[in-house]
Ligand binder design. Structure first.
Ligand code: C5P
Length: 223
């Protein structure tokens, strides 16, 4: 639908996957392509929104008419989200954020030592950005949405996650080998904090994106 139902609104979308460096050449990362987040940014722009896209390590081209902010680590992303969310009507966290990062960073490349066993990698928790924004709501009436990739018992885990994060909407998709990551298509159920459950059949990531914006628009307070 190319109705400008997001005209006059500022929306923030995170996309891609964070990378947590071990040393200057290595990182812990994930398989997120950024396609779903970019589809959210494009569709929001098409519906008239001012869009800030926080892009974590995605190889995709910048969508036209969108303000793209590149980020690397979860901590970079957190800073960018906090800055952009201050005046945002909606925040949609589609990025795959690393739950943990290496406890220390080696400023020189880590070397193998002859005959020695490798050192274990100690990890520490990253901040939960979605939970932070959802519980602090930097702008009144702001709608906050997250994504959850689940492999089993998808709806029960989704409901629990929605409640624990404190967001308004949670897009739950089933992942597994050859599902979702890097694919052009997605299938999901969007759970609402109000108890709503919207099934989005397998289809283009744009279709899921438009459904997310429909649900956001329904929940936005009038201007
Ligand atoms: O807890 P889990 O990683 O499954 O939650 C996924 C949702 O939470 C996604 O929307 C993701 O962007 C967000 N998230 C976050 N900060 C983290 C971990 C996940 O904002 N540290």
């Amino acid at each position: 639908p190319v109705t400008a139902d997001l005209a006059g609104r500022h929306v923030v979308v995170s996309a891609g996957g964070t990378r947590e460096p071990l040393d200057p050449v290595r990182f812990l990362g994930n398989r997120s392509s950024g396609k779903q987040g970019y589809a959210l940014a494009r569709t929001a722009a098409a519906r008239g929104a001012r869009v800030t896209l926080l892009a974590a390590n995605s190889a995709l081209p910048d969508p036209a008419g969108v303000d793209v902010v590149p980020v690397g680590t979860a901590r970079d992303l957190r800073e960018a989200v906090v800055r952009a969310a201050a005046d945002a009507d909606a925040v949609v966290m589609a990025a795959a954020v690393a739950d943990f990062r290496p406890a220390s960073y080696a400023t020189g490349k880590i070397k193998k030592k002859d005959g020695a066993e490798p050192e274990p990698v100690a990890l520490v928790r990253n901040p939960d950005i979605l939970a932070e924004i959802a519980t602090s709501r930097p702008r009144e009436g702001q709608i906050v949405a997250g994504f959850a990739a689940e492999t089993d018992d998808v709806l029960a885990h989704g409901r629990a996650k929605l409640a624990s994060k404190g967001c308004d909407l949670l897009v739950v998709n089933e992942v597994g080998e050859r599902k979702t990551f890097g694919s052009e298509e997605n299938a999901a159920v969007v759970l609402g904090a109000d108890g709503s459950e919207t099934v989005v059949p397998h289809g283009p990531k744009e279709a899921l994106a438009d459904t997310v914006w429909d649900l956001v628009v329904e929940r936005l307070p009038g201007k």
